[in-house]
Design a protein around this ligand. Structure first.
Ligand code: CIR
Length: 256
């Protein structure tokens, strides 16, 4: 059960966000703002309190607030993003986390460790972490040491192709895992009820479970049908502008 969600308003410089898909064009700021507002509305429909942080135009990718922290029910971990243009985004999250966690339960990933929240998938008390272009082995070692102090487990998942772990695999609770591409056959996920996402809709593997409801990106009918088939109520949100810079539903919030 999540009570709180933190989001960060997209900034005008979003059109300069990092992308692996320039062929999709640049995000349109006004449209991104509208989609973000609808995202907040969907989250509220799921019964969470939404904290909205102001836009920060110094950081084009800063609306992807998931990457700057990992929030658990016992502690918060401020990350150290591996993307140089995003590294400074963490400063703004610290005072916000202090509203929700005692200072002694706020931890930090430090150089030379790097870690981005998009690489962390929580499954109960186990945290799967992608070893990626953004998250390195030292970052994972620091993260694991913090988690162990709270009785949580950490499992490393090497990535081959995608940006972040949750680009391709997402847990919907109740043993259900949405998997696409390289995650289909990973041994560490064999024990879950895996729902294979067709390649044509791979982007929509990034759905989020929020208090029993699953939010699915708009325009991916096979994924929507698969999630409904699992018995979840579904809300859809158009994320076209965020997709242009490799962002999805999970990236846009911290849920805790
Ligand atoms: C980036 O490359 O960092 C952004 N353009 C996209 C971040 C997406 N975040 C996520 O998957 N958690």
């Amino acid at each position: 059960m999540f009570h709180n969600v933190i989001v960060k308003t997209p900034c005008p410089s979003i059109c300069e966000g990092i992308t692996s898909a320039p062929e999709l064009g640049k995000p349109i700021y006004e449209k991104a703002l509208q989609q973000h507002a609808r995202y907040i509305e969907a989250l509220r429909q799921c019964g969470v309190e939404v904290t909205i942080l102001p836009a920060d135009d110094r950081y084009p990718d800063s609306c992807f607030v998931e990457d700057v922290a990992v929030l658990t029910r016992k502690c918060a971990v401020v990350t150290n993003p591996g993307a140089p243009s995003r590294n400074g985004e963490t400063a703004a999250i610290v005072p916000v986390l202090e509203r929700f966690y005692p200072k002694e339960d706020i931890h930090f990933i430090r150089e030379p460790g790097t870690l981005e929240g998009g690489d962390v998938m929580m499954v109960g008390d186990t945290f799967y972490v992608g070893l990626s272009a953004r998250t390195n082995a030292e970052g994972i070692a620091q993260f694991a040491a913090i988690l162990h102090r709270y009785g949580f487990a950490c499992e490393q998942v090497p990535l081959e192709k995608v940006l972040h772990l949750k680009t391709g695999v997402n847990y919907l609770e109740n043993g259900n895992l949405l998997v696409s591409g390289e995650f289909t056959d990973k041994p560490c996920f064999q024990g879950y009820h895996r729902v294979q996402i067709p390649e044509a809709e791979a982007y929509a593997a990034n759905c989020i479970w929020v208090n029993g409801t699953v939010i699915v990106p708009e325009g991916y009918p096979a994924v929507k049908a698969a999630v409904e088939g699992l018995g979840y109520p579904v809300l859809t949100v158009d994320t076209s502008e965020f997709r242009k810079i490799d962002g999805g539903l999970s990236c846009l919030s911290l849920r805790f």
